[in-house]
Design a protein around this ligand. Structure first.
Ligand code: ADP
Ligand code: MG
Length: 439
């Protein structure tokens, strides 16, 4: 390392684990190395649950890693890093404050005086294209404009490092694209008052559009599995063959199984509980399986080509493919999605048979759904509260993922008629017909 000129941030050998009473510690990150230099945009690309947000919080000094070191300009980091600002997927604005007041917040915390606050916030608001909206409240703004406020609030402090956690994923496709392009234009014109950008995303195209360097994360535990330099000049063209090839290669990397990810033997009884479920609807699944079985794919499709044909964003297709593969309807292999025999049977079946096939795949592959049904069956009143399952899930994942996983299980289980669910009482029960079979 060049000691005279250390990197902006360096993360060495980081490990993050969560201690769980009843289970072995949950290792979220292991052996993570990351270096950020001044003047670069780096994208951290990985599946959901791979530990991207966790690493971002470690870089920002908001979370102390269980092991490993974080240095800022060569100095060990203790506590929140000075010179970093964050932008979140959820915007995280205060609804009772105006645009200007929201933007000024960051400066207040730094003890900047009133006049300078006003001046600088106006500057940031103009820069990000919100001029004239200073006095508006967040609820008066579209999603895209709200995220511009989020950006202005981060930029107003002139941070060395701008951290962005899936900043565009709550926006519609066109709005997201406009914000990306605006941000890159400002960066290229040297108008962005930051030295480096670290953007977390699960959208492959977004990473290739924006970054100088992409770090591809593998899951379980999160590790930097690949590093790619993006050689294209800005503005980048999504339709350029070299661009397409890069996207294609990354799809391949992200669907390549690392030996670790293949379960050798079924683990402890609850092992499958630790798998977060993606909130993918059953209609989406059925639609994709049908498309896959038909012309021109005949059971095997290249993911980028399929995404383009269906007009899906890259970040929509991967979770869908992973879900089909979890349920045994398809497999992901080297950037392709391949229909299995069960998948084909599903596409050829009528509605009621489809439910049955889907149900059988759920029972075989989603331990959570099995467990819910078992508990209902054991109870004399054939009811079970959702609370205990949420608690159990939280032993294996963050509360947000636990909630999403439970919601997904509920929706799939209902579709397959494995159980009923009462939203108000937060209770599972058996289908009416099952209970009243004798009538
Ligand atoms: P990503 O941002 O890549 O989607 P996260 O960093 O949010 O991933 O989470 C990585 C993993 O760590 C997930 O499996 C998540 O459930 C788990 N996790 C995060 N926070 C906690 C927590 N406080 N307790 C337990 N598990 C957690
Ligand atoms: Mg995240």
């Amino acid at each position: 390392m060049d000691h005279a000129n250390p990197p902006l941030v360096s993360v060495r050998n980081c490990r993050q684990s969560y201690h769980k009473e009843a289970n072995a510690d949950l290792v979220v990150l292991d052996n993570v190395d990351l270096t950020l230099q001044e003047g670069e945009i780096v994208a951290l690309l990985g599946r959901s649950g791979s530990g991207k947000s966790t690493l971002l919080r470690i870089v920002a000094g908001l979370l102390k890693p269980s092991a490993g070191e974080v240095h800022w300009r060569g100095t060990p980091l203790r506590g929140p890093a000075p010179g970093v600002a964050m932008v979140f997927q959820s915007f995280a604005l205060f609804p009772w404050l105006t645009v200007q007041e929201n933007v000024e917040l960051g400066l207040e915390a730094l003890g900047v005086g009133r006049d300078e606050r006003e001046e600088r916030s106006e500057e940031a608001i103009d820069l990000i294209g919100l001029g004239g909206y200073d006095g508006a409240y967040p609820k008066e703004l579209s999603g895209g404009m709200r995220q511009r406020v989020g950006l202005a609030r981060a930029l107003v402090v002139h941070p060395d490092l701008l951290l962005m956690d899936e900043p565009f994923s709550a926006l519609d496709v066109l709005t997201a694209e406009t914000l990306r392009t605006d941000l890159i234009d400002l960066w290229m014109d040297g108008k962005l008052p930051v030295k480096s950008v670290l953007i977390v995303t699960h959208n492959i195209e977004e990473a290739v559009l924006m970054a100088d360097r992409i770090l591809v994360f593998s899951s379980n535990p999160g590790q930097v599995a690949h590093e790619l330099k993006i050689p294209f000049a800005h503005p980048r063209n999504r339709f350029d063959p070299a661009f397409r090839q890069m996207v294609d290669d990354i799809y391949g990397i992200m669907t390549r199984r690392t030996p670790k990810e293949v379960p050798a033997t079924p683990g402890p009884a609850m092992a499958g509980f630790a798998t977060p479920l993606h909130p993918v609807g059953t209609n989406m699944m059925a639609g994709l399986l049908e498309t896959l079985s038909q012309d021109p794919y005949h059971g095997r499709a290249d993911l980028p080509a399929l995404a383009a044909a269906l007009q899906y964003e890259a970040d929509e297709l991967l979770p869908l493919g992973e879900t089909l593969s979890l349920l045994g309807f398809a497999v992901l292999e080297e950037g392709d999605l391949i229909l299995t025999e069960t998948g084909r049977r599903f596409t050829e079946a009528e509605t009621e048979d489809r439910k049955e096939i889907f149900g059988a795949q759920l029972r075989a592959n989603v331990p959570l759904i099995n467990a819910i049904r078992q508990v209902i069956d054991q109870r004399s009143n054939h009811r079970a509260s959702a609370v205990r399952f949420r608690d159990e899930l939280e032993d294996h994942m963050s509360p947000e993922y636990a909630e999403e996983t439970l919601r997904t299980a509920i929706s799939w289980g209902r579709y397959a008629e494995i159980f009923e669910y009462d939203e108000e009482a937060q209770q599972f029960s058996l289908e009416e017909e099952d209970e009243a079979e004798e009538d």
